[in-house]
Design a protein around this ligand. Sequence first.
Ligand code: HEC
Length: 191
Amino acid sequence: MKILNTLVLMLISSLTMASTENNDTLTISSSDFNCVLDMEPVRGFYVDNLIEGKLSETVAVANAEKGEYPAGSVVQLVPGEVMVKHPKGFNAATKDWEFFELNVSAQGTEIGKRGFVDVINRFGGNCFGCHVKAAPEFDMICETGHGCDPIPLTPKITKLLQNTDARCGGRYKPTEEDMAILKALAAQMGG
Ligand code: HEC
């Protein structure tokens, strides 16, 4: 009995050690996401990094327009959709990207859906299904001309969605025309 207890204790302590050594996993929660306008703008989209001191690496890859994003990278085009890079080897199929659909409001961010190969967005499309079509050197970043199927949003509309992100405290005042565009879009998304 004593030997068995000792063996069990050894097993438990080795398991605990394994999990503390494995500190390169990333825990992502709704509080990690905020007003897109406070992220780093790169061409038409925004980037951030959840790991202290890693933002400049993310910005460097984004500015280069190709290459592998470092772990912790957050990439966002519209307030309701975001992708975050996990440490290398976390999910081979998605090159370690996790896809999120967010519900944003003045109160903050709620995670609607999250996952790897099976997240479906508000337009009925599979995030991974489109982003995997980007040529390998772009690390699943679509932009334009990288090989992804296009999204039904013009650059003007994505800019408007960024500017009117509900978490940004109303720092942009939408015009009448903006309001009409937003209303039509909400209707189109089944609102
Ligand atoms: C129909 C294909 C399609 C689907 C579905 C799709 N995307 Fe995209 N996504 C694109 C394209 C194309 C762009 C680039 C648009 C542009 O720059 O004008 C893009 C842009 C982005 C960007 C900015 C970086 C980049 O790749 O250019 C992020 C982040 C993003 N999408 C996340 C998501 C998430 C998360 C989902 C699911 C909730 C999703 N996308 C669903 C095609 C898609």
